[in-house]
Design a protein around this ligand. Structure first.
Ligand SMILES: Cc1cc2nc3c(=O)[nH]c(=O)nc-3n(C[C@H](O)[C@H](O)[C@H](O)COP(=O)(O)O)c2cc1C
Ligand SMILES: [Mn+2]
Length: 500
């Protein structure tokens, strides 16, 4: 099901008993983080929060702040209009396995899939709710941090309720921005989520890391010496937010993916001041440009890693227009020491793309990125092993697939191990490995946020083969059998205990 606005999603959360409204004033500076962090760390990810009276430098903003809206399995599924994420996994599997139909049921299923894919194509519309209020920002930039308060983004009637998340953050950061850019050579669209630090009323940072598609587009504009149009959307259907974070291959359009997810074409509308299109039903649009070669210090920022990322130079985003709904909501998140809201987003991504991994590597049974590894640091993968050193083939295969290149530690286990149970994986790792024989190091690009490598963005990764060893893998003794109770005894004890 598609949501026609972020507010409609909030109403759905409310109806499902998944929303807490906070009616008293709360400061966007640190206070919201403390409340949201406690909520995110409560069992199962707590509830979504709607701050109805956010204050910015002590002044109330008219835009409510929504946070932790996708921070549980149930809410992540609700965001995509599903009861369970597994429903989407089934759709992905079907599409990847689509074969010519041999009977009527199959033909009908294929037609239904075709309908779903048809919705992936966006439509072009003349206007939309995101244009209800239009501000053209043609005045000079004035840094309003001069009076000792944090700089903030302003529109004539209000301050935008952008959070300063952690005490040593370099300022306020937009944490759920969907950043729309175009490849200047091919015209291909991209929508990625890259945080934005507010510098003053009209400029922000643009934190696309070196490996991301926004950065690649930027590089081409710089090489061509052209100003780069950039549009940032906030809110709308939550599937946009999910699509912007999903690790799609470069060239696969996130707007198409969002259309597929919500089973409804995305309506695209032209920007006012730049040659880009954005979804017409979003809550806010920041239009602007990045000037080739212009860089500015960005950070520090309390990051996904649980540490502050240091100050580094990043491109600057100049805002030329802000348009918004009259009753816009400002969705955002905070990141920090796991588990946080983004774990549930990442987990959904992994599950949705598992059929793609399996298509490439049919021996893969399951895959998990445990919260402790903050996305890239730790990957558990179970396989159905057929031949010697197959675990290494899987490690190298994963290291070669898109953003899986950042996986710092990969642990491969047998198919009978539940990769979602960290304790079970550690048991296999400890029991089944001879450290020297069963590990490997590789050189690889590293996640830009990882502070451990000696040099930013490059370093080593390690793989462990924690599968049981078969002939040909250098283990020359018989492999022992793992303890297991007889099924008949288990059944008997179940019935005995059932009587108690
Ligand atoms: C809450 C959140 C914040 C993120 N912030 C950034 C960021 O500041 N910079 C960045 O490069 N990636 C960031 N990411 C990860 C990207 O959104 C993700 O890698 C995405 O797949 C990139 O899309 P692209 O391949 O189209 O560039 C963030 C992800 C989440 C969930
Ligand atoms: Mn992309």
């Amino acid at each position: 099901m598609a949501y026609s606005s972020f507010s409609q999603f909030i109403a759905a959360l409310d109806k499902a008993g998944e929303l807490k409204r906070i009616a008293f004033p709360v400061a966007t500076e640190l206070e919201m983080t403390e409340i949201a962090d406690r909520e995110m760390k409560s069992p199962g990810g707590g509830k979504a929060l709607l701050f109805e009276k956010p204050t910015v430098n002590g002044v109330e903003s008219p835009f409510p702040v929504a946070i932790n809206t996708m921070g549980s399995e149930k809410r992540m599924a609700l965001a995509l209009g599903l009861g369970k994420i597994d429903e989407l996994v089934q759709q992905m599997t079907l599409i990847l396995k689509a074969k010519p139909p041999t009977n009527l049921t199959q033909a009908w299923n294929l037609v239904k899939q075709g309908m779903d894919l048809l919705h992936a194509r966006p439509k072009h519309v003349k206007s939309g709710p995101c244009k209800e209020v239009i501000h053209l920002m043609d005045g000079p930039h004035t840094a309003d941090g001069a009076n000792g308060t944090d700089p903030t983004l302003k529109i004539p009637e209000a301050l935008l309720p952008i959070l300063k998340c952690w005490p040593q953050d370099g300022g306020r950061f937009i944490t759920f921005p969907c950043v729309h850019t175009k490849d200047p050579d091919t015209g291909e669209r991209n929508m990625g989520m890259y945080r934005m630090q507010v510098y003053d009323e009209q400029t922000t940072g643009m934190h696309w890391q070196i490996h991301k598609v926004g950065a690649r587009h930027g590089k081409r504009y710089y090489e061509r010496g052209e100003r780069m149009p950039v549009a940032v959307t906030i809110g709308g259907d939550p599937s946009y937010i999910f699509a912007a974070t999903a690790p799609l291959p470069d060239g696969l359009d996130e707007i198409l993916f969002a259309g597929f997810l919500r089973k409804k074409s995305v309506d695209l509308v032209k920007c006012e001041t730049i040659d880009l299109e954005v979804p017409a039903d979003v809550d806010m649009v920041l239009e602007g440009y990045v000037q080739p070669g212009e860089l500015r210090a960005e950070g520090p920022f309390g990051d996904h890693t649980g540490f502050y990322t240091p100050v580094e130079d990043y491109p600057v985003f100049h805002i030329t227009a802000i348009t918004h709904r009259k009753n816009a909501v400002y969705p955002c998140t905070i990141v920090g020491i796991p588990p946080m809201e983004d774990f549930y987003m990442g987990d959904a991504s992994v599950r949705v793309f598992l059929p793609v991994f399996k298509m490439n590597f049919p021996e893969i049974v399951d895959l998990a990125l445990p919260a402790e590894g903050v996305f890239h640091n730790l990957v558990f993968v179970s396989i159905r092993k057929q031949y010697p050193w197959q675990a290494y083939k899987i490690m190298h295969g994963l290291w070669g697939m898109g953003q899986m290149m950042f996986s710092k530690y990969i642990v491969v286990v047998d198919e009978d191990c539940d990769v979602h149970n960290t304790s079970e994986v550690l048991f296999r790792l400890c029991a089944n490995t001879d450290p020297q024989r069963d590990s490997t190091f590789v050189k690889s690009p590293c996640d830009a946020l990882d502070h451990a490598p000696s040099v930013a963005c490059i370093g080593s990764h390690m793989g462990f083969d924690a599968t049981r060893k078969i002939p040909g893998e250098g283990h020359t003794r018989p492999w022992p059998e793992m303890l297991k109770m007889d099924a008949a005894i288990k059944a008997r004890v179940d019935s005995l205990l059932g009587r108690v």
